[in-house]
Design a protein around this ligand. Structure first.
Ligand code: C2E
Ligand code: CA
Ligand code: CA
Ligand code: CA
Length: 275
């Protein structure tokens, strides 16, 4: 092992250089994609289980690569975050989502995902204002989804950004709840409107009694501090039945619809009660 130490290091260094170069390559691809209009938003309905109507739709980013086809966000958002390109990309998402929602019934909101990096930029609130003004979408119809990791930092900047956004009248949702370390004190401090329980809790729902107990506890807790509870990742009739029983407010998942392009969501929203 010792004899190989140096060459081992060289190989490691070489791999690091490759990784760095690959990252730069992806970064310039992403810039090109933004300039060429290769990004698209797909939309997934968030449904009131009592009526079968969508109350909002979540915008989910896709890169329609001319050769590789649709590339999921997990493949490029981390790079966009690392390089800071997420700020431009995020602004595009905000504009596109607000414009799209103007074509929907007036009681349907649009939910936009924000990445942690966007929260450390003071310009976020301005970007949101611009997107609302240009599209003419009322602020109450825009929901911003923030993952738990954002609230973890809990810096003064984050607190300020969140309260600025609240003052604009947009809604805030805490995404992926249960996967991080948020505590009741965070929830109270930031006054989120919605709590989205992470998909992982639903996957286990049919398997163990404990998983039902956990969901029940989260629903009770969220409710008691006035939050609307959304459960994501609902795939089966059985899961839906359990969630109905537990009194969850809203549901989202493949059971109702996969994320679909603009024309698909417009058709879905034009025929209420079908979900
Ligand atoms: P997320 O915000 O938790 O979004 C939910 C993800 O679960 C989406 O994956 C959605 O397609 C998927 N999903 C929905 N229903 C089901 C289901 O019933 N079963 C299963 N297995 N999956 C379901 P997607 O579209 O690949 O997005 C992944 C993540 O990428 C999102 O997780 C979000 O964190 C991030 N993302 C997506 N769009 C944007 C964006 O515009 N900006 C930022 N910053 N992040 C985004
Ligand atoms: Ca989300
Ligand atoms: Ca989520
Ligand atoms: Ca997630």
């Amino acid at each position: 092992v010792k004899a190989d130490g140096r060459s081992g290091f060289r190989i490691f260094q070489h791999e690091m250089e490759l990784a760095t170069r690959a990252r730069h390559a992806v970064e310039s691809d992403l810039r090109g994609a933004l300039a060429n209009g290769e990004f698209e938003l797909h939309y997934q309905p968030i449904v009131d289980p009592a009526t079968g109507n969508a109350v909002s739709c979540e915008a989910l980013l896709r890169w329609k690569h001319p050769v590789a086809g649709y590339i999921p966000p997990s493949e490029f958002i981390p790079v966009a975050e690392d390089t800071g390109l997420i700020l431009q990309l995020g602004e595009w998402v905000l504009h596109e989502a607000c414009q799209e929602a103007r074509h929907w019934p007036q009681d349907v909101s649009v939910a936009v995902n924000l990445s942690p990096r966007q929260f450390s930029e003071p310009q976020l609130a301005f970007q949101v204002v611009r997107a609302l003004e240009r599209s003419g979408l009322p602020p109450q119809r825009l929901e911003l989804e923030i993952t738990e990791s954002v609230t973890l930092g809990a810096t003064q900047k984050v607190v300020e950004t969140i309260s600025n956004l609240r003052r604009l009248g947009v809604r805030l949702s805490l995404d992926d709840f249960g996967t991080g370390y948020s505590s009741l004190s965070y929830l109270r401090k930031y006054a989120f409107d919605k709590l989205k329980i992470d998909r992982s809790f639903v996957t286990d729902l049919s398997k163990t009694a404990e998983s039902i107990a956990i969901i029940r506890a989260i629903i009770g807790m969220g409710r008691s501090i006035g939050m609307v509870i959304v459960v994501e990742g609902v795939e089966t009739e059985a899961q839906l039945a359990t969630l109905r029983e537990e009194g969850c407010d809203l549901v989202q998942g493949y059971y109702f619809s996969r994320p679909v392009p603009s024309q698909g969501i417009r058709a879905m929203l034009a025929a209420p009660g079908t979900l």
